[in-house]
Design a protein around this ligand. Sequence first.
Ligand SMILES: [Zn+2]
Length: 488
Amino acid sequence: MVIKKRYVRVVAALTAVALLCLWAASCATNPVTGRPELMLVSEADETQIGRKTDAEVVQQYGAYEDPQLSAYLNGFCQEIARVSHRPNVPYQLKIVDSSVVNAFAVPGGYIYFTRGILAYLNNEAELVGVMGHELGHIAARHSAEQISRAQLASVGLGLGMILVPELRYVSDLAQFGVGLMFLKFSRDDERQADDLGVEYASKLGYDAAQMADFFDSLALMQPSSSRSGLPEWFSTHPNPVDREKEVDRKAEEWRQDLGLRNPKVNRDAYLRRIDGLVFGEDPRGGYEEGGVFYHPTLRFQFPVPSGWKLNNTHTQVQIVSAAKDAAIKFTVAAKGSPAEAARAFVQQNRASVVEQGSTRVNGLPAFRLLSQVTTQQGTLGILSYFIERDGKVYVFHGFTPANRYRGYASTFTATMEGFSEIRDASKLRVEPNRIRVKTVSATGTVRQTLRAFGAKEENLEKLAVMNGMRLDDQVQAGSLIKVVEKGK
Ligand SMILES: [Zn+2]
């Protein structure tokens, strides 16, 4: 039996190799290196994958709405495209509404900067260097290569929470598209993207060495965890050895070659553009306080079980028990009435219904469903509430292995039946923290300057890093500095 299985596997592997060779016969030329390469993904595929991934990125993480800032950033994107190795790709840049510090690119020309990374960049030269690096990944077809590799290896792209295996299937996150940018590039690809970033920035007259300074600041940052589910720059960009030194050296080479006397840095121009940028988590998209989750924009609240961990993303709220053996997922149904949404859930998951019926939750029409779903790893007990309010159907699913359901039934019920309008108006009046760009009035150290603008002691270090400085560095009167204005 075992031998037979192994034999089948060998045959399958050989077939894969044979197929691979067929494809290789029509292999492509890399736009950057000019060398032929194995590429299972055509340019048309890239466009298609890009479009699909883009829709998922925007849906999953949300776009940051600031048309002026978007237009400003896209201007650079088009300039870089012009001097790149693939000027004909329709590049576009989008701002992702996440506090995580990261930038990424997917095939088809889609480049993303989080508002988190925009807060940490300090001048146009850094911006163009990092954007050039991301555009470089597309120009050199790194993602396309990776998809090819991923297809060959059938890499699982799930990025669900770490829970008991039975619970994984419920995670909506395990989608091919969004998984794409979490494929790490190789160190060689990173090095090449750095080189391209330096090349493109230099060709546009910028001081490409600034990018090395930005990598230094990134290294000083404390990795933060964000509810958005997006990883940080360093977890998606493996750090090549001597990266900063290499960038500095290449920048100097290009400077010589191009005869750049006074390469542009443009610090003030950049900083003025990000004045007012939302910083950190945005409570208007939901926040937890005193054991209650409030969503001020949609004006609802519900209790969070004590000791459970809540993760609020753009599309759903996930709450996980301390033992990680139960979870509550909260989303909005695609369409239909509460009963229709329940029916769709039963169909999609081939759920066997234990109990179901119409009910009311704090006066709102609702449908309650208790069901079991069999997965490869075992059977889940699932309590679901579908609650209609303001033309939307809000959905709760509480799930746990079926044999543990009894222990969690009352916890699930308390959260779901606790769904209501926000009654305390003060919970509606929240404002996010924002970046404010201030003019320094007296020359002094970064420490003195930040204190003068009212920064708290515990935030000084972080603010200095955000400004690309050390606390003992000098800042001149009349120069600009970033501070964080506290929201409500
Ligand atoms: Zn990269």
